[in-house]
Design a protein around this ligand. Structure first.
Ligand SMILES: [Zn+2]
Length: 182
């Protein structure tokens, strides 16, 4: 919201035209309704990567992924024609937080979630978003794991190690490299 200051400037002249008897300046703050500016991509990116979204809604992760793909020139709207299922599931490997069940099927997105691990108190919305970007990387982008990295030196989002400690800037960089490396 911007305020515009209108300065009203009154000069009250005296009775005689030659003499200024008094000058009165009146400043009036007039609030003006201005349409809020649309946030920039970078501002929205900061919002999302700071975890400021409804992390309990699985489809928020999908929407952010699709939005970010578009920012990097990738139109994945064809996926909207197919079923997109993100749901709590039980996997035989109890250590898996999430998994792309239909990674070989381009006509269905199906992500299973171990809700106990996914919503563990030590995991922030940002760390959840990181996991979901990884899973969409499998399911939508058909990417395999980049297993040459070790868990102590993760340099690719498709590394299978989870990253609860992922920072905003590092996350942004990994996403940029993910999309630009396709
Ligand atoms: Zn994976």
């Amino acid at each position: 919201m911007k305020n515009f200051t209108y300065t009203l400037f009154f000069i009250i002249l005296g009775c005689t035209p030659e003499t200024i008897l008094e000058e009165v300046y009146v400043y009036v703050e007039v609030p003006v309704e201005v349409e809020p500016e649309e946030p920039t991509v970078e501002e929205l990116r900061d919002t999302y990567y700071n975890g400021e979204f409804n992390g309990a809604d699985y489809y928020e992760y999908f929407k952010i992924f699709m939005w970010e793909a578009k920012n990097y020139g990738l139109d994945l709207d064809y996926t909207l024609e197919y079923p997109i299922i993100i749901e709590p599931r039980t996997h035989q490997n109890p250590n898996w937080v999430a998994w792309a069940k239909e990674r070989d099927n381009d006509k269905k997105i199906h992500i299973g979630i171990n809700t106990e691990l996914f919503f563990s108190v030590s995991r922030s919305n940002r760390a959840r978003l990181y996991i979901m970007f990884h899973e969409f990387g499998h399911d939508i982008l058909n990417l395999p794991h980049f297993s040459t990295n070790s868990c102590s030196n993760i340099t690719h989002l498709m590394n299978p190690c989870g990253r609860n400690d992922i920072g905003v800037d590092e996350f942004k960089q990994l996403v940029k490299e993910l999309f630009e490396g396709l």
